[in-house]
Design a protein around this ligand. Structure first.
Ligand code: GLP
Length: 242
């Protein structure tokens, strides 16, 4: 595990973008595992700047996103699909057909989870997987549970996750109560994982995830088993790490 400490969010975003751009320069046909949430937004902006300046092209990349709310999809302002287009895809030169997210509009959960697992499996392995972390230790929408879920699954969101994500919706009632989430197998099989963590509110859960027991009660703790994990944390988030 490598821990890169950044002074602040801006530096964290710059470091993460440098690694992602380097990945694509070295392997233009990379499969990028992408995340939503506020943490990667700065890195996405910086990747777009480098692309606009003509110093990297994403035209041969493919992307797989971690998750999507059940019931939401393209055209819904709060969907992760819309989030990815607003924050990254429309600012870089990636063809739309190279981007992949679970289809939240498909209410046949078994069929959608199987479809998405096949999308991921057909790529072989993800070259680099970006992750944020929830306050309860969730990665993607793998919530604290009694077991680690390997494949894409339909998750009932934790009360704390609904509360944390409420800020993106006009009322709590509008926050979807469930999601389709990539499982932990493709994350563990990704060639490299880049975990981005910002802010004091994440310091405890980051410390627990990296130094505590590996337990499905803290889903991110499974990342301790990954052979190429890079953690980029700003000073506030890294506060409890030695
Ligand atoms: C969401 C997403 C996760 C994300 C996490 C943290 O629920 N499903 O992929 O990492 O919350 O989000 P943020 O970066 O906004 O703190």
């Amino acid at each position: 595990m490598r821990i890169i400490q950044a002074a602040n969010y801006d530096e964290l975003s710059a470091r993460a973008a440098e690694i992602l751009v380097a990945q694509v320069l070295l392997k233009p046909k990379s499969v990028l595992g992408l995340a939503t949430g506020s943490t990667p937004v700065g890195a996405y902006q910086k990747m777009a700047e480098v692309c606009r300046a003509g110093r990297v092209s994403f035209s041969e990349c493919h992307t797989v996103n971690l998750d999507e709310y059940v019931g939401l999809g393209p055209g819904d302002e709060q969907s992760y699909h819309t989030f990815m287009w607003e924050n990254l895809f429309s600012h870089i030169d990636i063809p739309a057909e190279h981007t992949n997210l679970p289809d939240g509009k498909n209410l046949d959960a078994a069929a959608e989870c199987a479809r998405y697992d096949k999308v991921i499996a057909d790529f072989g392995a993800i070259d680099i997987q970006i992750l944020g972390i929830g306050h309860n230790g969730h990665i993607a929408f793998n919530e604290p549970a009694d077991y680690f879920a390997a494949g894409t699954h339909h998750v009932e969101l934790d009360e704390s996750t609904i509360e944390a994500n409420r800020r993106f919706f006009s009322s709590r009632e509008e926050v979807p109560k469930s999601a389709y989430s990539m499982g932990l197998a493709p994350i563990l099989h990704a060639k490299r994982v880049l975990l981005m963590v910002s802010g004091e509110a994440k310091a405890d859960v980051l410390y627990k995830s990296l130094t505590g027991p590996i337990t499905p009660q803290v889903p991110a703790s499974i990342l301790q088993l990954h052979s190429d994990l890079i953690v980029i944390a700003d000073e506030a988030a890294a506060g409890k790490l030695a």
